[in-house]
Design a protein around this ligand. Structure first.
Ligand code: PLP
Length: 448
């Protein structure tokens, strides 16, 4: 059995072996040797209800026994409609239609294509360029990779990525534009905003199709919320230049940041919200987009109601049943309330660690999506070189000690921050937070 496993899986790193997980329960995962890991990052910020939730597994099994697959070009299912309605009602007022995919990359790919078709069919065929942000991740397919800023993953495909443009997203702790936080905010003249308008004008507004952003930057910088007013201004610019505003909530959606969608906190209505991960709490590959009535009406008027796109597994009944069952658990267990109770507690505990360890230069985030910037020496603001893989090393030590976090490296010039994301399942308890913080504390002590 062991030989088969090692020889046949084409893993993303062929030189590494990882622990074999046999089962999970709540915030814990157990490997084949009985070792227990506290999942302090919900896998990839996906297992938002923890492991082993029987009601979700049961709902999937039941649906699989009834009708495991129907093709959405020919048939529909009740679970599909029920989940779409639940999500549509959670979203901002004018975002009502829900389109399903199997992962976040596909969700963003679909949104980028929808923006393009929307413009084309409305008589604006020139609008084809997407503006993304360097500190962002939108997925691994060519379109979503082109829109995102993961330099390492983009590198292999340069120069054949799509012709998209990028600006820096706000990072006031270490401004990529070299501004001082107080100076910038006091003047209400954020360079990260003026650069968006400059970029639109340079490209020619008639060429720009969409602007895409995570409301709180996730894996590329470690849970960085925007400064007040940033997204209102982005919305204004998109309105002024007829640009579709896509907010990528793949990581932030379904309560992760303390509201159903982080969009509620940034106070705007995007044209498209993409989602993934938390929608099924990791129980099935499920993601999608929620689309503003304005775009849907455009499609009805100009495209004969047809979105020229589609996947075999869109709205897969078993995945959708998992999503619906997950929604019941979020509701039944008052998960959102727990996020708002445990989030501040987690931050307080991490601030205690910051007092103790000079490697921590910043703690930030919202709800239970918390980031920690790591530096060699906080007092002298000495950064790690990305080649040192400091966050990865720290996480390796933590795993030895029995907890797993989400490490990351900012690979962009001028903002090379190493970071760790701490994002436990949303039903985590105070005791479990204490346990994960204590493990992290010990990991920092061992870390050199
Ligand atoms: N968008 C964001 C914000 C993400 O964090 C991710 C994955 O980490 C994606 C998109 C891509 O999602 P997936 O890996 O499901 O394709």
């Amino acid at each position: 059995m062991d030989r088969i496993k090692r020889d046949y899986v084409f893993h993303r790193d062929l030189k590494k072996d990882y622990p074999i997980i046999t089962h999970g329960e709540g915030v814990y995962l157990f490997d084949e040797n009985g070792k227990k890991y506290l999942d302090a990052c919900s896998g990839a910020v996906a297992a938002n209800l923890g492991h082993g939730v029987a009601s979700i597994g049961d709902a999937m099994a039941e649906q699989a026994k009834k009708a495991a697959f129907v093709h959405t070009m020919r048939f529909e299912t009740n679970v599909l409609h029920e989940l779409a309605e639940t999500i549509g009602k959670m979203a901002p007022d004018h975002l009502n239609k829900v389109y399903f995919t199997t992962g976040g990359s596909e969700a963003n790919e679909s949104a980028l294509k929808l923006a393009r078709q929307f413009h084309r069919d409305a008589g604006r065929p020139q609008k084809h360029i997407v503006i993304g942000r360097w500190q962002s991740y939108h997925g691994n397919t060519i379109g979503s990779l082109s829109a995102g800023g993961d330099v390492k993953r983009r590198h292999a495909y340069t120069p054949n990525l799509l012709n998209y443009a990028h600006v820096y997203s706000p990072y006031c702790h270490r401004c990529p534009y070299g501004r001082q936080k107080d100076d910038c905010l006091a003047k209400e003249n954020l360079t990260c905003l003026t650069d968006i308008e400059r970029t639109i004008l340079e490209l020619g507004p008639e060429n720009v199709s969409a602007f895409i952003a995570e409301p709180i930057v996730g894996s590329q910088q470690g849970a960085v919320p925007p400064p007040p007013g940033y997204f209102e201004k982005v919305r204004e610019l998109c309105d002024r230049y007829e640009i579709v505003l896509i907010i990528d909530e793949v990581m932030t959606g379904f309560g992760r940041t303390g509201t159903n969608f982080a969009t509620e906190q940034i106070g705007i209505e995007p044209d498209i919200i993409t989602f993934g991960k938390g929608v099924s709490a990791g129980y099935a590959p499920l993601a999608g987009m929620i689309v503003h009535d304005r775009i849907i009406n455009g499609l009805i008027q100009n495209s004969d109601g047809k979105f020229i796109h589609g996947y075999t597994y869109s709205g897969h009944p078993v995945a959708v049943a998992a999503g619906l069952a997950a929604m019941h658990v979020y509701d039944r267990d008052r998960v959102l309330e727990n996020v708002n109770e445990q989030g501040p507690y987690l931050v307080d505990r991490l601030l205690e660690l910051k007092q103790k360890h000079s490697y921590i230069s910043d703690i930030r985030g919202r709800g239970l999506l918390i980031g920690m910037e790591l530096v060699r020496d906080c007092e002298h603001d000495q950064l790690f070189d990305p080649s040192e893989k400091a966050a990865e090393t720290l996480n390796g030590i933590a795993m030895e000690l029995g907890a797993v976090f989400y490490p990351g490296t900012g690979s962009i010039d001028g903002i090379k921050g190493e970071h760790l994301i701490i994002s436990p399942p949303l039903n985590v308890t105070k005791e479990e937070i204490d346990e994960m913080v204590n493990i992290l504390d010990r990991a920092f002590t061992i870390f050199k």
